[in-house]
Design a binder for this molecule. Structure first.
Ligand code: HEC
Ligand code: HEC
Ligand code: HEC
Length: 431
């Protein structure tokens, strides 16, 4: 560079000085694009973007057992973001949960899952977060956790006890490339286990990989239940075809099987619907191979029976029911226009049948309570999907009688509809 620094060449010399030496060869656009795709697969935006906030500037509150923490600014701003991170610092944060200044991160950042990221993918993600994301000046916010709980050293102990020791994915040579790609995405970037794997006493996921006990066996999640997605035929996804799984992950809806509301609707909206078909296929192949965990989680009911048959079998006659039953009247007024008088849904599947639906047919009624009270609002590749929320318009008593009607008509024979007092508790808990 010095050789160019004659007075006459000053403007161009300054231009050169302004770009760091390493960037003389501008970062390859293909690498940035690859990083963007991987950031989608890792759903970095779900946590690092606050509602109405700038992309990746952090500030989303997340509750932990000890109090609320806030996600950080991971835009390339030099002062408030990660603009000063080297690729090594970045790898260390993602795979070991260690920030640049050495402090240990809360496992609310899913670094135990991201530990499997390979070097090539770290490099692509780094290129994207340094060159593909707009820098935003936004200070990180301290946690609301009071001292002494706010001390970070116990997090080192936690990491030492519970986070995987090895970094980088170790392919299983006895399995196909497709299976290994699926494992890499599910166990790693996709961090499906953060919601679908039950947690132990220190809030750690009980397993991080296929073969670990209880891995993906289903877990409670702020009033939702993230179902068992092991290969079990009854409780898990063993009975789904590959095509059904792919369609679910891409669109969030397989009529007569399952829809994706709440946290799963968001995971699809921000992340999974952008994945390539071959990656979704790899995920499906892997999921169906995850050793079945059977006792765990609620049962499903009557999956696969033609909806019309079930309605006939159960003798549903809504007008007759509605004359005598508050729940049936509410169903007629609030649900039947979309889901049909006997829960058969619309022909095109846009309004799904309530029969053979995994939420409706579950013995765990958390998800049903959530969708009845809060509705559904999510992004798909074909636009927004809406189911209205009833929360403001329905008393505890009415909600209980509606739920009783739903369970009676469409639900699992062992499911217990919540009482008005339980609905009240549910609302008090802020679900
Ligand atoms: C489930 C939520 C969640 C997801 C998904 C997530 N993060 Fe985080 N991340 C967090 C939280 C929470 C923190 C801050 C933890 C703390 O303060 O201890 C964090 C911290 C970080 C840090 C350290 C930043 C700093 O300020 O020093 C980096 C880097 C980071 N995340 C990158 C990523 C990337 C890249 C992705 C996607 C591949 C991602 N995160 C996905 C929750 C998440
Ligand atoms: C943020 C939490 C969260 C994450 C991350 C998440 N899920 Fe889910 N998942 C849920 C919840 C909650 C449900 C239930 C949705 C509903 O009832 O509408 C669900 C439902 C599902 C279902 C349908 C199960 C059924 O029987 O109806 C499948 C399949 C699934 N998830 C697969 C995955 C895969 C694969 C990943 C990772 C790529 C993943 N999920 C990541 C929370 C999550
Ligand atoms: C305006 C039309 C509309 C009305 C009214 C409506 N729904 Fe829905 N409902 C939908 C749509 C659309 C979906 C599919 C959303 C998706 O794919 O995520 C849905 C999905 C569902 C699901 C599946 C949720 C899941 O996570 O799998 C259940 C259960 C459900 N509705 C029950 C009801 C009940 C009970 C009522 C009456 C209280 C009702 N719906 C009223 C449009 C409606």
């Amino acid at each position: 560079m010095t050789r160019l620094a004659s007075w006459s060449a000053l403007p161009s010399a300054l231009a050169l000085l302004a770009t760091p030496a390493v960037a003389q060869q501008p970062t390859d656009q293909a690498l940035i694009d690859k990083g963007e795709y991987l950031a989608r697969a890792g759903d970095c935006t779900a946590c690092h973007t606050a509602p109405e906030g700038e992309p990746f500037a952090g500030g989303l509150p997340m509750s932990t057992p000890v109090g609320t923490i806030y996600t950080t600014n991971i835009t390339p701003d030099k002062e408030t973001g990660i603009g000063q991170y080297t690729v090594e610092d970045f790898a260390n944060a993602l795979r070991n949960g260690e920030a640049k200044d050495g402090h240990q991160l809360y496992p609310a950042m899913p670094y135990p899952s991201f530990s499997t990221l390979n070097d090539a993918d770290i490099e692509a993600l780094y290129a994207y977060f340094q060159h593909g994301v707009e820098p935003v000046v936004k200070e990180n916010r301290d946690s609301d956790i009071p001292w002494p709980m706010s001390m970070r050293w116990p997090l080192n102990v936690w990491a030492w006890m519970f986070a995987p020791d090895e970094v980088g994915y170790q392919p299983d040579a006895s399995k196909s490339d497709e299976w290994n790609r699926g494992a890499y995405l599910v166990e790693g970037l996709g961090h499906c286990g953060t919601c679908h794997t039950p947690r132990g006493i220190a809030f750690q996921e009980k397993g991080y990989a296929a073969g670990d006990e209880d891995y993906l066996a289903g877990a409670e999640l702020d009033g939702w239940y993230a179902f068992n997605i092991t290969g079990d035929e009854d409780h898990g996804v063993g009975g789904w075809s590959d095509e059904q799984l792919i369609t679910y992950l891409e669109t969030g809806s397989v009529p007569g099987k399952a829809q994706a509301a709440g946290p799963m609707g968001e995971a699809i909206g921000h992340s999974l619907r952008f994945l390539k078909r071959e990656d979704l296929k790899a995920i499906a192949t892997y999921l169906k191979s995850v050793p079945a965990v059977s006792e765990a989680g609620p049962s499903r009911f009557e999956q696969g029976q033609p909806a019309d048959d079930v309605a006939r079998l159960r003798g549903i006659d809504l007008t007759e029911d509605a004359a005598q039953d508050q729940g049936a009247r509410l169903y007629l007024g609030a649900c039947a226009s979309c889901h049909g008088a006997s829960g058969q849904g619309s022909q095109d599947g846009h309004y799904p049948p309530l029969i053979n639906n995994s939420v409706m047919g579950s013995t765990h009624l958390g998800n049903l309570t959530q969708v009845v009270l809060h509705g559904i609002h999510r992004e798909t590749n074909d636009g927004e999907l809406l189911m209205p929320a009833l929360d403001q318009d329905i008393s505890n008593d009415e909600a209980a009688s509606l739920m009783a009607y739903l369970v009676e008509q469409f639900g699992h024979p062992d499911a217990q509809a919540p009482t008005a007092a339980e609905i009240d508790e549910w609302r008090q808990a802020g679900h």
